[in-house]
Design a protein. Structure first.
Length: 482
């Protein structure tokens, strides 16, 4: 057996082991084997990374023009594209996701650096007409040291969207990727050095959430914190950051509704609805985990969805199945417990996907499940499963559709399927979500579209130019010159 590959932190341009000398096993979700190790970092490593980022703000990075910063990011985008096959294979192995999804993720990661590279020198402040004989300039300046805590479900994409915007705006970054999957952020950070990013402008500290993650969130040396992950952890990091009055962007969970009216084009809607929950094995904050169907077509839609679920293949990501394994044994146990609890509460499994015969018994496979008759107040109807479980509910009329759509603590994304344009717009206004899709679904949406939540899904926006602005703050310079 080949020995596990040892990975290091990236601090000040150096690849370093953790100060603790400890390591975390990296497990292949497809078969449960350990194939790499990560440094299990502690406060001392976070201190070193924050100090390296602070130093970068006084070095060559700070002296680069916005155009030069943009060129570095554009070169990084090109390098990611040049290493596309290698990075996609790494993402597939690390997260378990189907290789075709991993390819999409690496393309998106490159696109974030391309987008923010192009935008770097188009971000500017404004002037304000004020008192007679004065000039007032509002400068848009970087926060300084930005911290980025990212989850395991889309390591490359979320790294790109968060770090891309922060670097374009001139910040120096400290990233704490997730312990369950962080190999692509590490590799892409090494490519960033090749692209010409000065050492210290981007630092990556691996480790456990409760150790390295908590140390970073509470660090007095950071000036902004971008967190993507669960609502519970988001609350904890926002509280830790508040002690130092550090502004926070929270990208948390969701319970996205797919609302299907009787006049919808079902041939267009149903494949998208299935993909919205099966993509990344349902481990997506914007997974379409509820399908709300107008009562007159409820049974037909359920029957047609059931046929699609039964035909789905679950297997090793490298074999390009419809659905890969879940990230870990712990996640598999969690999702299974939620399904068991739903069934005990009266939910019916209408259809279940197939497991491919060569999916190893030691892998973390959970074939997608379609549920009906789930009580509305059950936790599976209200809270994230973070697995491929779709629950169907019937509604009568627009008001009930809106009531159901808004009837969870979350408000991240939603979709409305109807041929009635006026109704679609009425719903778009009434649904509490950061993104509403009409007759399509982006499962997170495009790079150019502001993304983020309402209610317990978080606050602040990433992606788009709004994401770039969120990595800046304003400084007003008022001059009285007579
Ligand atoms: P998580 O909250 O457990 O972990 C996210 C990150 O936070 C990881 O890097 C982890 O190490 C770190 N962390 C954990 N405990 C910490 C602590 N006490 N202090 C500081 N950092 C800590 O979430 P997860 O299990 O990695 O990801 C799944 C969750 O993320 C889901 O709920 C999902 O909806 C959400 N998510 C949201 C988005 C979004 O953009 N809104 C995107 C992806 C995932």
């Amino acid at each position: 057996m080949r020995s596990a590959q040892v990975h290091h932190n990236l601090i000040g341009g150096h690849h370093l082991p953790a100060s603790t000398g400890l390591a975390i096993d990296v497990v292949d979700p497809a078969d449960g084997t350990v194939f790499a190790t990560l440094p299990r970092s502690a406060l001392a490593d976070v201190d070193a990374a924050v100090a390296a980022a602070r130093a970068a703000l006084h070095g060559p990075w700070a002296r680069m023009t916005a155009t030069e910063r943009g060129r570095v990011l554009s070169r990084l985008a090109a390098l990611i594209t040049a290493h596309h096959a290698e990075l996609a294979a790494l993402e597939c192995r690390d997260t378990g996701k189907p290789i075709q999804q991993a390819r999409v993720d690496i393309t998106a990661c490159a696109r974030y650096f391309e987008y923010y590279g192009g935008a770097a020198d188009k971000l500017h402040g404004e002037t304000i007409p004020y008192a007679a004989g004065s000039t007032v300039m509002v400068l848009r300046v970087p926060h300084g040291v930005t911290a980025h805590i990212i989850p395991w479900n889309y390591p490359a994409q979320i790294f790109g969207r968060s770090v891309g915007g922060a670097l374009a705006a001139g910040n120096a970054c400290v990233v704490k990727p997730a312990e369950d999957a962080c190999l692509t952020p590490l590799r892409i950070s090494a490519l960033a050095l090749e692209a010409g990013l000065p050492p210290g402008a981007l630092n990556v500290v691996c480790g456990l959430g409760a150790e390295a993650g908590a140390a970073l969130a509470a660090h007095p040396g950071i000036n902004h914190l971008s967190f993507t992950g669960s609502t519970v952890t988001g609350t904890a990091v926002a509280q830790a950051a508040a002690v130092n009055h550090v502004p926070v962007t929270l990208e948390l969970g969701g319970k996205a509704p797919q609302i299907v009216f009787a006049d919808a084009d079902l041939d267009a809607a149903l494949p998208v609805i299935v993909n919205a929950i099966v993509q990344n094995a349902g481990q997506t904050c914007s997974a379409g985990s509820r399908v709300l169907v107008e009562r007159s077509i409820h049974d037909t839609v359920l029957e047609r969805l059931a046929a699609r679920f039964a035909a789905l293949r679950t297997g090793r990501g490298a074999d390009a199945p419809d659905c890969g394994p879940l990230i870990s044994a712990r996640q598999l146990a969690r999702v299974q417990a939620k399904l068991d609890s739903a069934q005990q509460a009266g939910a019916r499994v209408v259809a279940r996907a197939q497991r491919l015969p060569d999916a190893p018994a030691s892998g973390f496979y959970f074939p997608p499940a379609l549920l009906a008759d789930l009580p509305l107040d059950h936790e599976v109807a209200q809270d994230e499963v973070f697995g491929p479980v779709l629950a169907a509910f019937a509604f009568d009329g627009e008001d009930e559709a809106v009531q159901l759509a808004n009837g969870t603590p979350y408000g991240l994304t939603a979709a409305v399927w109807t041929r009635d344009g006026s109704r679609a717009l009425r719903l778009a206004h009434r649904i509490e979500a950061g993104q509403v899709f009409i007759n399509n679904y982006g499962a997170g949406g495009g790079i150019e579209l502001p993304f983020g939540g309402m209610k317990h899904s978080g606050y602040g926006r990433e992606k788009a130019l709004e994401g770039l602005r969120s990595f800046t703050t304003l400084k007003t310079v008022a001059i009285l010159h007579g």
